[in-house]
Design a protein around this ligand. Structure first.
Ligand code: AKB
Length: 318
């Protein structure tokens, strides 16, 4: 039987690219984009879109029935920086909508669920370098607490009810097609826009704040590979460590300067600095590599070159 996939949060940073990639694989009509916000023209014109508020449980069920959905990529989330400002709303959005989807799977309406976790599940007591898959996890942000809780429930639903749920702990994601919003790692995208528009950037993180990051091309491919992997290869049902790059704002700025020698950076850390300091600098993802063959393609210089090339075209800058 062919798959029909619902992507929630499809107008967000990951959703925008994931929908187009899934449509190439499964066919336009088999991938339903859904979000409270309108998608970009490419997503809107290439296949079905449903305006969905994921807090509306009956509406989710209606969409699942209407399209005979078999898989859900439940991407909706309030990210780290925004959720710190509205903790209760962040918790509600991140957890309630998660349960609505997991319950649909438990009741047999869905064959598979993909749910994104994050490096935010780690905290100040976690080893920061090469953070292991299984380690101390005492997150101190609303977002991190919600992601860690979700991971525990993923494993629970798999063990107790056999729900085929799969998950990745995303690092900061760097993309040119769509912009992030409300995250602590967003500087690593903002910097490219400012480099091209003004030739300079003021970072909201300190020069030496190392964080794990990944180019979106790698992240999307890895996500689809995990979801398509044979079930027996997916041995971790909480969420997989997932890694490629790790750098500081200073190192990223130096890589941009190789392409744009006049680019300059200065630093004006804000509240996001305290969040970043509780997160890992680098991640040990050997389980993802061993279990289902994860392999990244982009290193720092490849990513910088590709970002600048594509953003130049997008922003119409010579
Ligand atoms: C954030 O910064 O909140 C996200 C994340 C690392 O999950 N990009």
């Amino acid at each position: 039987m062919s798959e029909t996939i619902l992507v929630t949060g499809s107008s967000g940073q990951i959703g925008t690219e994931l929908v187009m990639n899934l449509r190439k694989i499964y066919g336009n009509d088999h991938v339903i984009a859904s979000d409270i916000r309108e998608p970009n023209a490419e997503v809107m014109e290439s296949g079905p879109f449903e305006k969905l508020n994921v807090m509306d449980r009956p509406q989710i069920f209606e969409i699942v029935k209407k399209y005979k959905v078999t898989q859900v990529y439940h991407l909706v989330a309030m990210l780290s920086a925004t959720a710190e400002k509205v903790p209760e709303a962040g918790w509600d959005l991140n957890m309630k909508s998660f349960f609505y989807i997991m319950e649909l799977a438990r009741e047999g309406h869905l064959k598979k669920v993909y749910w994104p976790s994050s490096i935010a599940v780690f905290g100040p007591t976690t080893p920061r370098i090469n953070t292991p898959q299984h380690t101390i996890m005492e997150p101190t942000t609303v977002y991190g607490i919600s992601k860690q809780t979700g991971e525990r429930w993923c494993e629970y639903y798999f063990n107790k009810y056999g729900v085929d749920v799969r998950s990745i702990r995303y690092p900061g994601l760097i993309s040119w097609k769509s912009e992030p919003g409300g995250g602590t790692t967003d500087y690593a995208v903002d910097i490219f826009y400012e480099a091209l528009k003004t030739g300079k950037y003021t970072s909201f993180l300190k020069a030496d704040t190392g964080l794990p990051m990944m180019y979106m091309e790698d992240a999307i491919r890895g996500t689809i590979e995990l979801v398509e992997a044979p079930a027996e290869k997916v041995k971790i049902r909480s969420s997989y460590n997932f890694s490629s790059l790790s750098f500081t704002p200073e190192v990223l700025a130096q890589a941009i300067q190789k392409e744009m020698p006049d680019f300059s950076i200065d630093y004006n850390p804000d509240f996001r600095q305290a969040i970043a300091e509780t997160w890992p600098e680098s991640i040990d993802d050997h389980f993802a590599r061993e279990h289902w063959g994860w392999k990244h393609n982009y290193d720092l210089n490849d990513m910088v070159k590709d970002m600048l090339k594509n953003l130049r075209t997008k922003l119409n800058i010579k």
